[in-house]
Structures are given as structure tokens and as C-alpha cells.
Design a binder for this molecule. Structure first.
Ligand code: ADP
Ligand code: MG
Length: 290
């Protein structure tokens, strides 16, 4: 049951392999400014342009992912807040992104800032997003659900860690890159033990890599030692074009498709799609020989 790319927006892109089951990926790192949102929107757009059906859920009250994907998220627009606190259906609040006909977005408005507190007294407060996403996937064909999180480990991020099966951790190639990662890993272990045994760190992506500095190379090396299987071969370079794109309500793939940043994010998305496809094949092979 696979979507084939239609229309001119995706026809020039290489078709990416679709996963056997919907992949739910949470972009997480409790540090701000490490490239979470930039990674979320560009990977989402690259997967969608590669012919895959993508749902992006913006969980950051700042709504930067919504902005970058050309989505209206002014106060009063329904989005993630209504899904978490008012039982709104994802299908009723998602908006099509001008990036690709394969990409829809559940926007974040500033209302979401209150959700962190408003969720506290709710029943099964950390399961809200998981339930909404499961209900949506029961009757919609989606290849990838991607969650962009705020820079904290509060209830919004926790909801995403419970709703997703995979973590994509962007790590900025700078001093103290791994500072705080220990805390994040302990949180992930707790979530696995108590709330979501399926959660795994699937992907680590090195961001803002500066080939001219020794420091970037050293950090990259250290991260690869720490996460040998998860770290993508592709590095995201530091590039001004990447930081300019959101102010035009575009990802780098729309804003400057031939730039180094666009090429890097296309390769990263391809690696993610290929690795997932390979894992599914391995799982199928193991199943068949049992
Ligand atoms: P986070 O979501 O983790 O807070 P962002 O993705 O918003 O991080 O990135 C923080 C800032 O750095 C933004 O201004 C963004 O445009 C910029 N940025 C992100 N990735 C790059 C990059 N590879 N090169 C240059 N600037 C980048
Ligand atoms: Mg962000």
C-alpha cells in the first residue's frame, strides 16, 4: 500500500524505500540550538519529496517547525494543543505543507506553552499523544511520523518519547556536545522501563559540522565512539543558507536545493530510509529462518 510520487514537486527526486510499518521518530536533545528543528523539517521534507507520506507534529510552543514548513500557526489555529488537551483528532487539525503534497503538519501555537502545566492533573498525561497517534494511524496511511520537541525533558517531550519508537538525536559539533547526553540516556531508560519498551535510539546526526576546525572532527570522533551503530555517515555542515531558509517559510530543499545543506539533508534522509529498510529486511530474514 505505497504512495507513488505524483506531481511536479516530487518527480525530480529519487524515490526512497518505504518502511514496512509506520516509523515514528522523535527528534530529541534537551539542549536548545543544536539543530533539532532544522533536522526535523529538512528530514521530513526530504522523505516526503522522496515519495513517502510524512506527518510532522510540532511539540515546541515556539512553533519553529511549523514556520519552516510554511504552516499558519497563529493563536487560535488548532494543532498539537488541541490534540493533547481537547481530544482533537489529528486528521482534523493537520495542514498540508507547501513543501510537498506528501507532507502534513500538526502545528504548534503559543497555547502549547500552557500544556506543560495543564497536562499535570490529567489522567494518563504521558500517554495522550501516543493514543492520538495510534488512533490516527489505524485509518491513515503514513510512512513516517516525526515529532519536533522543545529543549527540555518536560511533559511535551515525554509524550513524544512515549508516542515514538525511535529517537533521532542531533548533536552539535561543539564544545560540551555530549554534556547532558548522560541525563538524556537515563531519561530514555526510565521511559523504556516504565512507559515505552519499544523506544530505541535509532539515529544520531552530527550537525553544524565545520570541516575547518579540529574541534568538529574531534567531537564527531567522540560521538561515533559513543554511538557506533547509530551515527549517520552523513554530516550536516554549518551553512548560513540552512539558517536563512526558515524566514522564507521553506526548508533548504525548497529554498536552495543545490546548496551543501540541502544535499546533506537529502543524504541523511536517504540513510535513515535505507537503514530502516535494511533493518526490516533483516528482521524478515530472521523471522523466515526461525
Ligand atoms: P533547536 O531546534 O535544537 O533549538 P534549531 O534547529 O532551531 O535548533 O537551530 C538553532 C539555530 O541554528 C537556528 O537559528 C538554525 O537556523 C541554526 N542552524 C541549525 N542548523 C544549522 C547549520 N547546519 N548551519 C548553520 N546554522 C544552523
Ligand atoms: Mg527547535
Amino acid at each position: 500500500m505505497k504512495s507513488s510520487p505524483k506531481g511536479s514537486t516530487v518527480s525530480r527526486e529519487t524515490q526512497l524505500p518505504s518502511p514496512q510499518q509506520t516509523r515514528t521518530i522523535v527528534i530529541v536533545n534537551q539542549k536548545g540550538g543544536v539543530g533539532k528543528t532544522t533536522t526535523a523539517v529538512n528530514v521530513a521534507s526530504a522523505l516526503a519529496r522522496g515519495g513517502l507520506k510524512v506527518l510532522m507534529m510540532d511539540l515546541d510552543p515556539q512553533g519553529n517547525a511549523s514556520t519552516a514548513l510554511g504552516i499558519n500557526h497563529q493563536p487560535g489555529i488548532a494543532g498539537t494543543y488541541e490534540v493533547l488537551l481537547q481530544h482533537a483528532k489529528i486528521a482534523d487539525v493537520q495542514q498540508p505543507s507547501p513543501e510537498s503534497e506528501n507532507l502534513v503538519v500538526v502545528p504548534a501555537t503559543i497555547d502549547l506553552a500552557g500544556a506543560e502545566i495543564e497536562l499535570v492533573p490529567q489522567v494518563a498525561r504521558e500517554q495522550r499523544l501516543r493514543k492520538a497517534v495510534s488512533a490516527h494511524l489505524a485509518d491513515s496511511a503514513v510512512d513516517y511520523v516525526i515529532f519536533d520537541c522543545p529543549p527540555s525533558l518536560g511533559l511535551l517531550t515525554l509524550n513524544a518519547l512515549v508516542a515514538a519508537n525511535e529517537i533521532l538525536m542531533p548533536i552539535q559539533c561543539e564544545y560540551y556536545a555530549l554534556e547532558g547526553v548522560g541525563h538524556l540516556l537515563r531519561t530514555i531508560d526510565l521511559v523504556k522501563d516504565e512507559l515505552n519498551p519499544e523506544l530505541e535510539i535509532g539515529t544520531v546526526l552530527l550537525t553544524m559540522f565545520d570541516a575547518r576546525t579540529k574541534l568538529s572532527a574531534q567531537v564527531g570522533e567522540q560521538v561515533r565512539q559513543y554511538f557506533p551503530d547509530q551515527t549517520l555517515v552523513t554530516l550536516i555542515p554549518r551553512s548560513v543558507r540552512l539558517s536563512e531558509a526558515p524566514s522564507y517559510g521553506q526548508t533548504i530543499l525548497g529554498y536552495d536545493p543545490q546548496s551543501v545543506g540541502a544535499k546533506a539533508y537529502r543524504r541523511a534522509a536517504e540513510e535513515i530510509a535505507q537503514r530502516g529498510a535494511r533493518l526490516s529486511v533483516e528482521a524478515a530474514t530472521v523471522g523466515a529462518t526461525r
